[in-house]
Design a binder for this molecule. Sequence first.
Ligand code: AHR
Length: 320
Amino acid sequence: MTQLKTMLLASATALVMCGSALAADMTVGFSQIGSESGWRAAETSVTKLEAEKRGVDLKFADAQQKQENQIKAIRGFIAQGVDAIMVAPVVATGWDSVLQEAKEAEIPVILLDRGIDGSPDLYMTMVASDQVLEGKVAGDWLVKDAAGKECNVVELQGTTGSTPAINRKKGFEEAIAGTPTIKIIRSQTGDFTRAKGKEVMEGFLKAEGGGKNICALYAHNDDMAVGAIQAIKEAGLKPGTDIKVVSIDAVPDIFKAMADGEANATVELTPNMAGPAFDALEKFMADGTLPPKQIITESKLYTPADDPMKVYEEKKGLGY
Ligand code: AHR
């Protein structure tokens, strides 16, 4: 049994023993984006285990990165008459009609880890990080690390049109705005994947004198950073030294890279979005209490000073 499963089942037993397994008998549909990153794999594992722990019947649908599949899955959940729907929206726009259908069917919707560009009346709550803050924490780290030196940054953006790509870019730009010595010289999407992160970084390196003009990489997630680290090594440079690497998620592999001196900072995003979402649903089902419109998770900075090998060992069994 994995460390994650043991942990969650132990707390499940405690809950059942004190008679508060409120979610039993609840059926919840979960439209997941896909499995583009280690972080997302962990979110899926945690959601399934949280459901199991609480006795929730979870209907899981993997959209393989396509919004049309998510819309189809949500319509399917509505037709089945589920008690609630959770959705991690791949992009920000295009949700109005399907969420209106859920509203008319009186099925509460909870957004997980990403927001939408639409009326807040269309969902009950959103469990997510402050993504602008995540970008800001990454940018503040670089401003401090560069300490007044000239620094050309290349940026690997997340999926185009997704709220983390939009907001993490914004937050980082805000953080470096007062430091004219730091400039973003290239910025392109790596679609939150390792393979695309590597491919795009190879292009950046070629275009920038084999990497000589690049001081730092800012990646909107760790998976793209890990792919880019490989590209930097293949170009004969030292990631973490010749090119500083700062990213977001705090997946186990970035801690390994940090321990090897190949990455410099990451901002943690908890994969446990489902826990607070189920808590909110349980309360709502029990007495109609509506949660706040946004339940914000923490954004903590990690650097090599935080004993990365220890964090790697702690995280590696948690479903990433
Ligand atoms: O929406 C959260 C982002 O989506 C994660 O940072 C990234 O890894 C994922 O795929």
